[in-house]
Design a protein around this ligand. Structure first.
Ligand code: NAP
Length: 487
């Protein structure tokens, strides 16, 4: 299938933290793919920035390894001609004037400043860009997560960035929103007459959102131990997914039309605080076990700190207090060292009101719409049918399966590809507005406070299991079970 592309204006993409893991593993390969698809205009430049003393060739050599599999060698050489490097320290003034001269060579270019550094540097970098007047005109800044560790620190970052860049220039990235499946959720919900009439408390029993990783904390221990699963995954990615499922139909796909509706969902979440956190949330921390066929150490050993009270797993029951969703629980769970790497949204419909079938025909299961974000992005709609052939009326629950790669023969693209070019095009629909980030923290902060006040430790779970047994009990208490793809 041919690649259909939209045009892109010439741009300068400046990646602060250009030698870091995210830039090398994700951002540069994403840009290389866009180049291979003919979407990088000839004069466009991509500039890596970090403190390491490299020159352009040194940086290109560093990138070659991670770009090797993303395209052909001859294409890579041409792509790398677009790529350069400047050593700069966000905290020191040396070299910034030269950097401004370099930027001034193409005053007509769209300028994208991607802050792929720790958030403590956002303030310094933005202040310097402002001093150099690089915030003027078609300039945009991209902020990586985490935006703060609570509402107060998020406000500090947003205030400091806001002193230099207008909100309309600020792109808070959540790469989950760039995934095909999430955009497909919009298409399914609002492009088909079939779903929207059923998309409410009258017909939906509950929703599950799972983001499971098999990996442990690895070399990100220092960052992760200060964050934990709720801050790292749930407050941002998972709440954004919840918003996409639960929002009212926006009037259009205009950026603020969509973001206004997501904000209303965040503001309608029922508070979880010390009055109900013990019933509605479960925290866990992995211990030694078996993951991906190998014995692995527990979180305290991996971290080198046996006293850590950081959660590597969280499951919770959220509710949205509005007409559409009254009484429909949203069960969210995420964790490290779980048995599978999977991110999915499962919408479980109510049971039929009356069964005409005999129990001997087999169990009558509830319809489910499963939107899988990774791996194998796609959608499955589970339906009840008659088992084909003779043998009487035997009921079977089977999925209508649309694994995108198989159905459309399209190679899966990383979400960063779409999102980076959305910034260049000036389309913030799939980025978080400041008030969304604030509303998400306003809901998450009391959960964190309740856990801190309870003073207990996260429940241990064996690496390679689905978290503490209390997470199973959380949903089973309500007569439901976590979805398993037992096709
Ligand atoms: P990283 O590997 O630690 O890279 C940090 C980068 O910042 C390096 O290039 C580092 O290079 C540079 N840097 C540090 N201090 C600097 C200074 N004073 N001035 C200029 N540059 C400086 O981090 P990362 O994993 O790429 O993550 C970057 C950001 O993205 C973080 O906020 C992280 O939470 C977020 N994020 C990462 C991922 C991921 O998959 N890695 C996913 C989602 C979000 P020098 O030391 O040479 O200066």
């Amino acid at each position: 299938m041919s690649v259909i592309s939209q045009t892109v204006e010439p741009f300068d993409l400046v990646i602060f933290g250009g030698t870091g893991d995210l830039a090398v593993r994700k951002l540069l390969p994403a840009m290389f793919h866009r180049f291979v698809d003919g979407q990088i205009p000839a004069s466009s430049r991509i500039l890596g920035i970090a403190r390491e003393a490299l020159d352009d060739d040194g940086y290109r050599a560093l990138l070659r390894e991670s770009l090797r599999d993303a395209g052909e060698a001859s294409q890579l050489d041409v792509f790398l001609q677009h790529v350069g490097y400047r050593p700069l320290d966000a905290r020191k003034s040396d070299g910034w004037a030269d950097f401004a001269d370099l930027m001034a060579r193409h005053p007509d270019h769209v300028r994208v400043f991607y802050l792929s550094t720790s958030p403590e540097l956002f303030v310094d970098i933005c202040a310097r860009l402002g001093d150099l007047g690089l915030n003027k005109g078609a300039s945009r800044v991209v902020l990586e997560k985490p935006i703060g560790r609570d509402l107060a620190s998020a406000n500090e970052i947003n205030d400091a960035v806001g002193r230099v860049f207008d909100e309309s220039q600020t792109y808070r990235i959540d790469h989950y929103l760039g995934k095909e499946t999430v955009q497909n959720l919009l298409a399914l919900r609002f492009g088909n007459a079939l779903f929207e009439p059923l998309w409410n408390a009258g017909h939906i029993d509950h929703v599950q959102i799972t983001v499971a990783e098999t990996l442990g904390v690895g070399h990100r221990g220092a960052y992760y131990d200060r964050a934990g699963a709720l801050r790292d995954m749930l407050q941002n990615h998972m709440l954004q997914l919840l918003c996409m499922v639960a929002m009212e139909p926006p009037a259009s796909l205009a950026p603020d039309a969509v973001r206004d509706e997501k904000l209303k969902v965040l503001r309608s979440l029922t508070p979880i605080d010390d009055s109900n956190a013990a019933q509605l949330t479960v925290r866990g921390q992995y211990r030694a076990g078996v993951a991906e066929g190998a014995s692995v150490p527990g979180y305290p050993d991996e971290l080198g700190d046996t006293r850590s009270g950081t959660e590597t797993f969280v499951a919770l029951k959220a509710e949205i207090a509005n007409w559409r969703w009254s009484g429909v629980p949203f069960y969210l769970r995420t964790g490290k060292r779980l048995p599978e790497r999977v991110s999915e949204i499962v919408v479980v419909f109510k049971a039929v009101p009356h069964s005409i079938f005999d129990p001997s025909n087999g169990p009558l299961e509830q319809n489910r719409l499963v939107l899988r974000l990774q791996p194998d992005e796609g959608v499955k709609l589970w339906l009840t049918i008659k088992h084909p052939g003779p043998g009487g009326l035997r009921l079977r629950h089977v999925p209508l399966d649309m694994t995108f790669a198989e159905a459309f023969g399209v190679q899966q693209r990383d979400a960063y590809e779409r999102l980076l070019l959305d910034v260049v095009r000036g389309n913030p629909t799939l980025f978080m507005r400041r008030d969304e980030v604030e509303a998400a923290w306003r809901w998450a902060d009391p959960i964190l406070a309740a856990w801190a006040a309870a003073g207990d430790s996260p429940r241990p779970y064996a690496a390679g299991s689905w978290g503490p047994s209390a997470a199973v009990a959380l949903i089973e208490r309500d007569g439901r079970t976590w979805h398993e793809d037992n096709e």
